[in-house]
Design a protein. Structure first.
Length: 129
């Protein structure tokens, strides 16, 4: 079972995404902020990261930038997943480094499709049904 790191300071969002991942046959691991996210990536080597934009200690944009600048994690798929449409738009316009950008208000199938697409393009893991 592949692991996906869910980085969000909102426990409800963590649970929602966790349920979706479980239905897909994936295991969710969690971080509550950007600093924890980097630690979890180093310790657990997830297949994908779902990353909120606005978080304490280190925001999602910084986390994504650090992951993509690191030779060991630069190919790790990252989904920016935020309730703040304005933040996603701003992040995208400034040359954000994530592999995908979704609003938390999207239909769950959009998240499933995005995860499947990113994992299928990642040679470490086949697409999931």
């Amino acid at each position: 079972m592949g692991e996906v790191l869910v980085v969000d300071d909102d426990r409800t969002q963590q649970l929602i995404v966790s349920k979706i991942l479980k239905r897909m046959g994936l295991k969710a691991i969690f971080a509550n902020d950007g600093v924890e996210a980097l630690e979890q990536v180093q310790n657990n080597h997830p297949e994908l990261v779902i990353l909120d934009v606005l978080m304490p200690r280190m925001n999602g944009a910084e986390v994504c930038q650090r992951l993509k600048e690191n030779e060991q994690t630069q190919k790790l798929p990252v989904v920016m997943y935020s309730a703040q449409e304005r933040e996603l738009s701003s992040y995208w316009r400034t040359g954000g480094c994530a592999d995908a950008y979704l609003s938390k208000i999207c239909h769950p199938q959009a998240l499933i499709d995005t995860i499947n697409q990113l994992l299928a393009s990642d040679s470490r893991m086949p697409a999931l049904a």
